[in-house]
Ligand binder design. Structure first.
Ligand code: KG4
Ligand code: ZN
Length: 333
């Protein structure tokens, strides 16, 4: 079954063709970062217009790359939410029109579930149960996944997402947007103990908070102008990584899960990839990080999620699918 995946929930137009939820035939990601850079954040209206311009071109490009024709498509899967309503509507409307014209089924995909499907696509032989840690620019969630299609949110951030905390810090020290990858690189040359940044809400069960950390950085920068940038980055990143590692391990142990699956853009972080497995090992917890290109926003995971939703749950939402900017993960199947 050839599945076309479409993801337009924020500022990336992503299109992929995946065979049987398993074999990636093409996966294209067009980032609007340059468009929004001059505003210092994503402008929803500009994002919608750019998705509209780029999406049809990318679909044609993906078909050519995979060597497929329109008639070879068997299913369309599209991000239904959560995300920005304008960008979501562009993806959903386009997907609906295409599926209708081709006479094939259409399945909606929860963007957060799609992030978790990076694990299913990368490691089909490592099924749930597991603790999912979704860490991106927009979300930071701890999710109990007893089986595919069942999700229970156990905790998460009360304010900023982990990626957002990194991006905001990056803006303070002049690293541009998105700052995560640059902080990752600079931190490798710095001392993580150089600045005593706090670890907010460390005792608070499975809840997290990153806004206080950013405020601490503002005051530190005001009072200590001479701190080398690599030391600042290493110390700030260390605080973020320690909070994520501690909470994920706590959640996995509390629910007696055998392992942790880390997805979302921040899962690409090299320090998180070191610290979390190091701390999980003595507790007999396995940690899995799918390859970075499946962790950041892409449509291969959208297509994979759609394929299994259609196959295992007989979903077809051609006439009923609606975009939902606040779509929850809890209870979505
Ligand atoms: O999942 P994603 O591509 O998009 C969202 O759905 O948000 O995640 C983007 C986030 C940004 O905050 C970016 O700074 C962060 O992931 N990020 C990283 C790294 N690569 C991307 N953060 C830390 N280290 C990285 N290597
Ligand atoms: Zn995402």
């Amino acid at each position: 079954m050839n599945v076309l995946g479409i993801e337009t929930s924020c500022d990336e137009t992503a299109v992929a063709l995946v065979e049987d939820g398993q074999k990636v035939l093409a996966s294209l990601v067009y980032s609007q970062t340059d468009l929004h850079a001059k505003y210092g954040g994503v402008v929803p209206e500009a994002a919608s217009r750019d998705h509209l311009r780029k999406l049809p071109l990318l679909v044609k490009e993906a078909l050519a790359e995979a060597g497929l024709r329109w008639a070879d498509l068997d299913l369309v899967g599209v991000t239904q939410g959560p995300g920005l309503i304008g960008p979501l509507l562009v993806g959903v409307s386009y997907a609906m029109g295409l599926a209708w014209a081709q006479g094939i089924p259409l399945v909606g995909v929860n963007h957060l579930a799609a992030h978790l499907f990076a694990h299913r696509l990368a490691y089909p032989d490592l099924p749930p149960p597991f603790l999912g840690l979704i860490v991106s620019g927009g979300h930071t969630l701890l999710v109990l996944v007893p089986r595919w299609g069942e999700y229970r949110v156990l905790g998460g951030t009360r304010d900023d997402a982990a990626g957002e905390a990194l991006d905001k810090f990056g803006r303070l020290v002049g690293l541009g947007y998105p700052a995560g990858p640059k902080i990752d690189e600079l931190a490798r040359q710095g001392n993580p103990q150089a600045v005593p940044f706090p670890r907010p809400m460390m005792e608070a069960g499975l809840e997290m908070s990153f806004a206080g950390l950013k405020t601490a950085a503002v005051y530190w920068l005001r009072d200590h102008s001479g701190t080398p940038l690599p030391d600042l980055c290493a110390s700030y990143l260390e605080a973020v990584v320690e909070i994520l590692a501690e909470k994920a391990i706590r959640a996995a142990r509390r629910f007696q899960l055998p392992g942790i699956v880390v997805v979302g853009g921040v899962a690409a972080n090299s320090r998180l990839r070191e610290v979390l497995p190091e701390r999980a090992r003595p507790r007999n917890l396995e940690v899995h990080f799918p390859p970075a290109e499946l962790c950041t926003d892409n449509a291969a995971v959208t297509a994979c999620c759609a394929f299994f939703r259609h196959k295992e749950r007989a979903k077809d939402e051609l006439l009923t699918l609606v975009a939902d900017p606040n779509l929850a993960l809890d209870g979505w199947s």
